[in-house]
Design a protein around this ligand. Sequence first.
Ligand code: ZN
Ligand code: ZN
Length: 278
Amino acid sequence: MDYLNIKNFPNCQINTSMHKLNWYFYKVWAPMTALTFYLLATQPINWWVVFLGWFVLGPLATGVGLHRLLAHRSFSTHCYVEKTLAYLATVSAYSPILFWVAQHQYHHRHSDTNKDPTSPVHHGFWYSFLYWRFLKDNLSKADFMNFCSKRIIRDKRLMWLNNNFTKIVWAHIIVLAIISPSLLLCLYLLPVLIESVRINLLNSFSHVSRMPFSYRNYDTNDKSYNNLILGYLSLGFGWHNNHHYNPAKNIVHDRWWELDIEGYIGYLLSKIKPKDIV
Ligand SMILES: [Zn+2]
Ligand SMILES: [Zn+2]
């Protein structure tokens, strides 16, 4: 099967009226990416700063904060730690937190069916990797209401972050640009781009059986796989079959080689006195 050719996937929703791109593409993703490539051509790069920015916005904010804490409640921590992670997750610019959580819950419910937009088996590589994310109706209003987190909706601070997503991202860009365009590129724009590619690749290829070094620990109803390469590159998210077997479990370290750095960070954060949201 050629996952790169959309013609091999006649049932893919790309052939419906969902061609229109969403506000996120125009207001955030397209201008941010254009700015990134402009600064790449004009500014020096310090890869240590890029790594630091990626670690904070990626594994820490998106992996631990958005995925394990806000989407799955796989651990609890002090509410100020939660708000800090939620702020960083907003700054990481993938999408507003409420929408990210709803889409992720939707993925868990419909994994490896034609309804799962991140499945390259059903939709092809480019749709599942990139295109679905920018479609205007990539999650229907009814599905959004079904899968969005009522807990986030009840929390006014989390909702403030959610509702001011675009302003927060651009305020962050403007402040860093005033300090230094090189800092903006290395500490923020490049890490955001790298993290976005990482999450999209993990979502797409953690459910493909023919990836080298893939295996399953659990006979789940979906086609989730653990993968040695993705597991280490993702600092834990790539032990995906373990995660789908028990999404609410924080540390998905089930065999001695399955190091779950994100899970260990969540465990340490859970030691900070848990406190319910005000
Ligand atoms: Zn999955
Ligand atoms: Zn998950």
